[in-house]
Design a protein. Structure first.
Length: 406
């Protein structure tokens, strides 16, 4: 197993070289299929060197911003219609990587993995909410991308209908399976949370929606070039920084987190989220009262999930040793802002780390292992997980309303 120092030096931004357990010639692709973005890492299998990282918008966004809308689109238009744009986008990445690809490891939430493999995700949205598959899947690339591609594609196991292979990969990346009293929070559209205990790993998913990734916001956009990632208010003046230092085109998740925290700290909205008028960040880029309401829904879902998961596991906030927060915004967001907005409890201060894409990091680790040990680890992590259904929890509605306030 890799030690903790090796693992965490990679996160926040992908490292240049990863440890390789069995060297071979050729290239491998690690792929994280998010609801909003698709991220691919191309690696040299002989050296573990990162050759290229590609991040693109998930073309399925045309069918809606969340997984429920994607499932509904599969029902209305057929699964192939929703699968095909995604496969075409990934095939472009493969085409640029060249002919010597030996294997691909793929993770994503349960819905994304089903659609990627051409398997109906409809059971995920219908009570009692189940998956067509939960175990590790292996298919051949030519089944997905055409006859010119011939290498195995390994898809991470789903933990449950709403806790997918991306969480399993994140657990492996952060080693929650090895240590009790640790929490992983993914601030994405599905808001997966995992908490390790002596009895196993408690997991849940909160319907956070796409606000943390810039979705359903007036000027929201994904974390790509031109997105405002930092917003500061000083003496009534607003300044901002964008990804790539390009002309501001919109605001991504980290920009909203810092911007709304600044708005709250400077008294431009009250603790209920009431804001009299929209605030111009720069040019036509602005934050509106409707944005605040959408953000409140997302932040309340995450905080309610944290509270209930700890309660169900019988673990106090103060008893948690380490908290890892992952998401597409990585280290761009500030812990102080998350605490100020009450997304995380104040007891997490001093023991929380903002990581980058832990799902992609976990996929890279197993891509470079590609052995019985790696696949056995996938199965073992899944077996350790216990899913907590927030919708059926009697305390959820009360928690949700209480956590709407800042």
């Amino acid at each position: 197993m890799w030690d903790e120092a090796q693992r965490f030096e990679a996160l926040g931004a992908l490292k240049e070289t990863y440890p390789v357990s069995a060297k071979e010639e050729g290239r491998g692709i690690a792929l994280d299929i998010g609801t909003t973005t698709v991220v691919a890492a191309e690696l040299d299998l002989s050296s573990g060197r990162l050759l290229k990282e590609t991040k693109v918008l998930n073309p399925q966004r045309r069918f809606g911003a969340d997984v429920i809308s994607r499932i509904q689109a599969c029902r209305e238009y057929g699964g192939r219609a929703v699968q095909l744009p995604l496969l075409e986008q990934i095939e472009k990445i493969l085409r640029q990587a060249g002919p010597d690809i030996k294997r691909m490891y793929v993770c994503g939430n349960s819905t994304m993995e089903h659609i990627f493999l051409g398997i109906s995700p409809e059971k995920i949205s219908i009570y009692p909410y189940s998956c067509e598959f939960e175990e590790t899947q292996t298919v051949w690339a030519d089944q997905l991308f055409g006859a010119k591609y011939h290498f195995p594609v390994v898809v991470f196991p789903n933990i449950s209908a709403f806790v997918g292979g991306d969480t399993a990969a994140g657990i492996i990346s952060t080693q929650l399976h090895r240590f009790a009293g640790r929490m992983l929070i993914d601030l994405g559209t599905n808001g997966e949370i995992a908490l390790s205990s002596e009895e196993g790993i408690y997991t849940t998913s909160t319907a956070a929606g796409p606000a943390f990734e810039g979705g359903n916001m007036q000027c929201g956009m994904a974390s790509i070039a031109g997105a405002v990632r930092q917003i500061q208010i000083d003496g009534g003046k607003i300044s901002c920084r964008t990804i790539g230092d390009e002309r501001p085109a919109g605001i991504c998740g980290s920009g909203y987190i810092e911007g709304i925290s600044e708005i709250l700290s400077h008294g431009l909205m009250d603790e209920t989220g009431y804001m009299e008028k929209e605030i111009t960040v720069c040019g036509q880029v602005r934050i509106t009262p409707a944005d605040i309401r959408n953000f409140q829904l997302a932040k309340s879902a995450i905080r309610s999930g944290i509270n209930i998961l700890c309660r169900r596991a019988g673990i106090d906030f103060s008893s948690i040793d380490k908290v890892y927060i992952s998401g597409g915004f990585g280290r761009a967001s500030k812990l102080a802002c998350l605490a100020n907005l009450k997304i995380i409890p104040e007891e997490f201060a001093g023991k929380t780390e903002l990581l980058g894409n832990t799902a992609l990091d976990g996929a890279i680790r197993l891509l470079l292992t590609d052995s019985d040990e790696g696949r056995e680890l996938m199965s073992r992590v899944k077996a350790m997980c216990r899913t907590v259904d927030l919708a059926s929890d009697p305390d959820f509605n009360e928690e949700y309303m209480k956590n709407m306030w800042f």
